[in-house]
Design a protein around this ligand. Structure first.
Ligand code: UT7
Length: 326
């Protein structure tokens, strides 16, 4: 199918959902496991507790399906309306992909389903990917999921990483706008730099096994503080907008200090910078849609509000998208 710019279909953002495991692991619990304190973790990261998967009930597929069901219901649709399911995850239940399992649980029989792996940038890259299928007129209803169970891949003896991560899933329903209605995806920018690939990995270690997560925290921190504002500015620029036009800024929930640094750099009201990592830790591809859903459920994000999201992480990869809610 070919399209000229003038015939591109608009994208709407019409429903969100999220799901986390019931089991909560606090900083105090972690202090019983490794040489750390609540004070160190909270002051260096902003994290107080995180939700941790407890067996098969909290598999990537089950968490993603729960979040997806809520997003489909919030959009006023049923599973049979879904044309495409994109599951952004780096912690698949199955190396062949988990999206098919989600499709089965949802009963979304008409949909085509596939996984997208881009670590903590997965939700942003997935949102741009999903939008292209809508813009080109190929699909009408796309369910985008971000789900990760990084607790499976954490070395619980490594205090530099085990304090950071939590498990969960978030979902967003994107829909083709009716004829001549505006496109609510206003701008985006995606970047990769493989030269930084060895800064954050879950490496294959031979004989059907992987190493636990390894990270150069200081370098990743520096990368995020430097690169994230650039992609936000670029996506705003392509939308002819300025940072002060934004109602909400949702960064990947990795570290409160990274959010604070970006807020300071832009000089925006800190209340516009969504933060919930105190309760969830870093849930990788799920962190942005969990935060988005929480703010939508609370009635803070309203129809027509301008929202910028930005993800960053392994790859290295980073990206931003600006959209109007609704
Ligand atoms: O989602 C993917 C993106 N990932 C990120 O965005 C992570 C970015 N990086 C970070 O958020 C931060 O680098 C961390 C939170 C991971 C670490 O904070 P930091 O301020 O960079 O700490 P550091 O690694 O420089 O360590 C400072 C000290 C060290 O001790 P010495 O060498 O100064 O004696 C560490 O051994 O803190 C020590 N330390 C800890 N102490 C208590 C490291 N981890 C812990 C801990 N508890 N859990």
């Amino acid at each position: 199918m070919t399209n000229t710019a003038s015939s591109l279909v608009g994208v709407r953002f019409i429903g969100s959902g999220s799901a986390v495991p019931d089991r909560v692991l606090s900083n105090y619990d972690l202090a019983q496991m490794v040489d750390t304190t609540d004070e160190w973790i909270a002051s260096r990261t902003g994290i107080k507790e995180r939700h941790i998967a407890d067996g098969e009930a909290d598999s990537v597929a089950n968490l993603a399906a729960k979040a997806g069901q809520k997003a489909i219901a919030a959009a006023g649709l049923t599973a049979s309306d879904i044309d495409l399911i994109i599951l952004a995850t780096s912690t698949s239940d199955d190396l062949f992909g988990t999206a098919g399992r989600v499709q089965k649980i949802l009963g979304a029989e008409r949909a085509v389903a596939f996984d997208l792996v881009a670590a903590c940038s997965g939700f942003v890259f997935g949102l741009v990917t999903a939008s292209q299928y809508i813009r080109s007129g190929v699909y009408k209803n796309v369910l985008l999921l971000g789900a990760d169970v990084l607790s499976r891949w954490v070395d619980w003896q490594d205090r530099r990483t085990c304090i950071l991560f939590g498990d969960g899933a978030g979902a967003l329903l994107l829909q083709a706008s009716p004829d001549h209605q505006p496109n609510n995806l206003l701008g985006f920018e995606m970047r990769s730099d493989g030269k930084g690939n060895d800064l954050l990995n879950i490496n294959y270690s031979g004989r059907s096994t992987f190493e636990p997560i390894s990270m150069n925290g200081q370098e990743v921190y520096r990368f995020a503080v430097r690169r994230v504002p650039e992609v936000i500015e670029k996506s705003l620029h392509s939308a002819n907008l300025e940072v002060h036009d934004l109602d909400w800024l949702i960064l990947h929930q990795a570290n409160q200090r990274i959010i604070d640094a970006v807020v300071n750099r832009f000089g925006i009201d800190p209340a516009k910078a969504v933060s919930n990592m105190g309760k969830y830790g870093n849930t990788s591809a799920a962190s942005i849609p969990i935060a988005l859903d929480e703010w939508v459920q609370a009635g803070k994000i309203q129809p027509n509000h301008l929202v910028a999201i930005a993800g960053f992480g392994a790859g290295l990869s980073w990206g931003s998208a600006v959209f109007r809610w609704g």
